[in-house]
Design a protein around this ligand. Sequence first.
Ligand SMILES: NC(=O)c1ccc[n+]([C@@H]2O[C@H](COP(=O)([O-])OP(=O)(O)OC[C@H]3O[C@@H](n4cnc5c(N)ncnc54)[C@H](OP(=O)(O)O)[C@@H]3O)[C@@H](O)[C@H]2O)c1
Length: 336
Amino acid sequence: MITSRFVRSFLYSHLFVTPPNIAHDFSGQTIIVTGSNVGLGLEAARKFAQQGCSKLILAVRTVSKGEAAKESIQSSTGRKDDFMEVWPLDMTSTNSIRSFVRRADGLERVDVLLENAGIALTYWAEYEGMEQDIKVNVVSTLLLALLMLPKLRDTAATYGNTPHLEIVTSESHKTTTYSEVNEDDIYAKLADKAHFMEGGNRFDRYAVSKLMQILFVQELVKHMIGGPVITLVTPGLTHTELANRTPSRFEYWAAQVLKLFFARTVEVGARTLIAGACAGPDSHGKYMEDGKNCEPDIMCHEAELEANQRKTYVQTLAYLEQLEPGISKNIATTSE
Ligand SMILES: NC(=O)c1ccc[n+]([C@@H]2O[C@H](COP(=O)([O-])OP(=O)(O)OC[C@H]3O[C@@H](n4cnc5c(N)ncnc54)[C@H](OP(=O)(O)O)[C@@H]3O)[C@@H](O)[C@H]2O)c1
């Protein structure tokens, strides 16, 4: 639901604000960027390369596309050293995520995990029993995050630094009432095709997925002991492939018109992704827009927010436990 408050904040952000370009030195760091063959992931990876990172893993679903991205980064940065690797990662497959994490465990260190891969599709498709937007943006993104926590903690313990786990979310979280949270079983409702096809639910799904990322992380950080700084960043509407992937001509052209007037270049959009990868501890569990921390704008009463957040967290963890028994232990929960 597009509210006048959302329209005002969107217009202000996209017409009057340019996120700052953060000149952070990433030398010595090993950085993983998911979905880095195109769009914001590619541009963020290019910035990490320009800003001196020592090892860069392009985590992509099609290795040949990753190799093309690697060449593009090499030619634009002029870096000829052997610092980049292309690794396969398919966020619709739990096995692919497991293999990726096993391989990442063999790295000496992981300083930044930038979870950027995402989709915004309004037609029904499911993977491993879950609707695709929820599978990629929520389930797999959070599964990868929790599976990588031990490696990020080890890096901190060994090198005495503060690693970052960053999730790319979206300002579209402000547009959903997230009706599914009222169900006894949130994930059963999200996996229900009839519900997806009903009314405007399929157009709301991307926003729901992005809100769920925010709610989960806001609750997660309350239960963590030690570990990386976790940030939730939004790039703003940006010229990328995201909206071009729809098979609907109407949706495609509506997005082109919107982007024509308001979208940021991919270089400007990626600036907030860099900010989230080097933010201080005050950004832990925080939402970042236009390059700085701010409050997410969640469409429910403050009293309900806490309960909805907790319910989303508990049910998401239960869902992840089914995929990967014991995964909750990676959080190092406080006694509850
Ligand atoms: N562009 C915007 O206006 C905007 C605004 C707010 C937030 N965001 C967020 O920014 C992030 C990046 O999106 P983008 O705009 O750069 O879109 P994009 O150009 O479409 O790039 C998306 C990336 O995610 C990858 N990906 C999709 N499904 C995957 C899967 N199953 N496994 C592995 N990788 C997968 C894509 O790989 P393939 O090329 O192989 O499909 C691609 O590399 C997303 O999380 C999106 O929600 C974008």
